[in-house]
Ligand binder design. Structure first.
Ligand code: PDD
Length: 287
């Protein structure tokens, strides 16, 4: 599906084809920047505040000083939807790099960051949300700062491609057997009525949907334990599921060719999906 015609560049709006960057751009050459992917339901953002907060945490972590405030970014992102008359389900991709400058590893001086954002349509993937997906497990070979939503996604890209080549939807990553997250989503295991997931430290991206999953679990009095779980635990799991802005809460019914539980999405995953739909869709419809 194509990009909507009006995009945002710095704090201005322009036609999608008029944005161009020089070869010597730090996002292009070094992956020296960060990004966000924000879900849209029926023309309204879901978890916008959480995404903008994370954007600024990532910027601070890599020492990019964006002059634009959180409030201004929020206002601009809302305008982006209005200017495109966006009323459907979709997503916004927003990227900030350290700017355009002659190639040199050292930060350039007095160069403004490059910021752009565009909107795309994205229907809910009801097939995978309803029926569940298969995964593979892989070693997590990324760096130590996975809480930063960095443009450097090569290990994630390679892991996801491997999953695809094995006919799977996602790659579950692990460090020395301890599961961290997936290549582009967070992952959870359910055992004896409790939800287990990796603690929100530097080894994973602190997913905006993950924050919601925790809240839903607490509201429903389902223990949410940030104790992590191992690759071996997966074979004994009652349920397994993943979450992200684009995948929502997706059941995992098979991993490394082994069936999870009874091979069908489990009851706790279903309860969380219901809570998600209420939170994301019904609430938004009421606005
Ligand atoms: N990815 N972990 C990783 C490594 C991710 O890339 C993502 C999101 C998540 C889930 O975060 P959130 O719940 O805030 O979407 C976890 C986005 C969707 C992407 O890169 O396209």
């Amino acid at each position: 599906m194509s990009i909507y015609p009006i995009i945002m560049s710095q704090t201005k709006f322009m036609q999608r084809d008029s944005l161009s960057y020089p070869y010597e751009e730090r996002g292009l050459q070094f992956g020296d920047g960060i990004y966000e992917v924000i879900r849209i339901y029926q023309g309204n953002y879901y978890l916008l505040e959480e995404h903008v907060d994370r954007l600024f945490r990532s910027l601070e972590a890599i020492k990019i000083n964006l002059e634009t405030s959180k409030e201004e970014i929020t206002r601009l992102l809302n305008q982006l939807l209005e200017r495109n008359d966006m009323k459907k389900d979709g997503k916004v991709y927003l990227q900030v790099s350290r700017g355009s400058a002659p190639r040199d590893h050292v930060f350039p001086e007095d160069v403004p960051p490059n910021l752009f954002a565009y909107v795309k349509e994205l229907p809910r993937n009801l097939e995978t949300i309803q029926n569940g997906v298969s995964t593979i497990t892989q070693r997590d070979v990324r760096w130590e700062n996975c809480y930063i939503k960095s443009l450097n996604l090569l290990p994630n890209v390679l892991a996801k491609q491997e999953a695809k080549e094995q006919g799977c939807y996602e790659a579950i990553l692990h460090r020395d057997g301890l599961v961290t997250e997936c290549s582009s989503s967070n992952v959870y295991l359910v055992k004896d009525g409790k939800i287990y997931t990796h603690t929100a430290n530097n080894r994973i991206l602190h997913g905006c949907v993950r924050m919601r999953v925790e809240k839903f679990a607490v509201d429903m009095k389902i223990p949410f334990l940030e104790e992590g779980f191992s690759v071996e635990d997966i074979s004994m799991a009652d349920e397994l599921f993943l979450s992200s802005s684009t995948s929502e809460i997706t059941p995992i019914i098979q991993s490394d060719n082994q069936q999870i539980g009874n091979g069908k999405p489990g009851p706790i995953t279903r309860q969380l999906q219901e809570a998600y739909e209420k939170d994301a869709l019904i609430r938004k419809l009421e606005v």
